[in-house]
Design a protein around this ligand. Structure first.
Ligand SMILES: NCc1[nH]cc(CCC(=O)O)c1CC(=O)O
Ligand SMILES: [Mg+2]
Length: 344
């Protein structure tokens, strides 16, 4: 092309010079950025996971999770009241079970007056406006720390479900709003749904930890609930998912949807946002993601070193969950985030 013909061509362009389209235009002012924002994080997106313990001091710090404490039931009630005032819709309870109450059969899991169920009862009485979610899984209660019953080093599927059903019914009896099976046994959602309905608990919701991966990011959690030391024998790879698998996560979710799950969860969070997206696209169910203990710990550790700006990356990470399609996020940062949102 000659210099001459090139010039002529340029003149015929009706809309000014290169580049005609400038995406930076809408980024120039704060008001304009707000106007074109596609996603926002609100307090309604937050679920707060809380560790509850038996006696002793009201609060006990979890060293690998700076800012997170294990709470006694009275301290939990105060914290729940604060969370409710901030507008946090729900909290998820994780009991720290004393060693002497753990057993091969996990019988403590379905005792009506176990720590978890006493906490649920107390919460529903003192702070009825906040939703209460309980994990359904045996790991706090087995002496080996696995989520299911074990025989000859094999985690038994159907036998475990029988105990999970008893655990869920005890939680329902205590007043739980959402049962959240996190055990990854096959077929448990349908069996638990049927058992709840048969017992008159058709109003209890099920949030399935449907796509839960065998992850190194759960490390600090196992510290917090003291299941790490018990989990001497092996890892959870025979029931939790392989990190490299995505199609399989969609199948896991399809089954749980068919079995009656009201809500789906993907776990861990940030490294698995593609899964969140795929699950939300595929099923259009309320879809949640768990920003797990290790993700929390990474941010806090870097922030404590001055390597990351805590407030900024906490808010950024949660907004990214929203962009990926999550309807809500379980996060240990729920209180700090709700406080920041209230100020903004
Ligand atoms: N069923 C147990 C359970 N429920 C939630 C978490 C992890 C939460 C976190 O790391 O924050 C775990 C740990 C595990 O599967 O070993
Ligand atoms: Mg499954």
């Amino acid at each position: 092309m000659t210099e001459h013909s090139h010039d002529r061509h340029a003149k015929r362009q009706p809309f000014g010079q290169f580049p005609r389209i400038r995406l930076r235009r809408t980024r120039q002012e704060d008001w304009s950025r707000r106007l074109v924002a596609e996603n926002a994080l609100t307090v309604n997106d937050l679920i707060w996971p809380v560790f509850v313990k038996e006696g002793g001091p009201a609060r006990e710090a979890v060293p690998s999770m700076p800012g997170v404490d294990r709470l006694t039931i009275p301290a939990l009630l105060k914290a729940a009241e604060k969370a409710a005032k901030l507008g946090i819709p729900a909290l998820a309870l994780f009991p720290v079970v004393p060693r002497e109450k753990k057993s091969a059969g996990a019988e403590e899991a379905f005792r009506a007056d176990n720590l978890c169920n006493r906490a649920v009862k107390a919460l529903k009485k003192a702070v009825p406006e906040i939703g209460v979610i309980c994990d359904v899984a045996l790991d706090p209660y087995t002496d080996h720390g696995h989520d299911g019953l074990m025989q000859n080093d094999v985690i038994l599927n159907d036998e475990t479900i029988a105990v999970l059903i008893r655990q869920t019914l005890a939680q329902a009896e205590a007043g739980v709003d959402i049962a959240a099976p996190s055990d990854m046994m096959d077929g448990r959602i349908g069996r638990i749904r049927d058992a709840l309905d048969a017992a008159g608990f058709e109003r209890v919701k099920i949030m399935s930890y449907a796509a839960k991966y065998a992850s190194g990011f759960y490390g600090p959690f196992r510290d917090a609930v003291g299941s790490k030391s018990s989990l001497g024998k092996g890892d959870k790879r025979t029931y939790q998912m392989d990190s490299g698998n995505g199609d399989e996560a969609v199948r896991e979710c399809a089954l749980d949807v068919a079995e009656g799950a009201d809500m789906l969860m993907v776990k861990p969070g940030l490294p698995y946002l593609d899964i969140v997206w795929r699950v939300k696209e595929a099923f259009k169910l309320p879809t949640f993601a768990y920003q797990v203990s290790g993700e929390y710990a990474m941010i806090k550790a870097a922030a404590q070193n001055g390597w990351l700006d805590n407030d900024r990356v906490v808010m950024e990470s949660l907004l990214c969950f929203k962009r990926a399609g999550a309807d809500g996020i379980l996060t240990y940062s729920a209180i700090e985030v709700a406080e920041k949102l209230a100020k903004a």
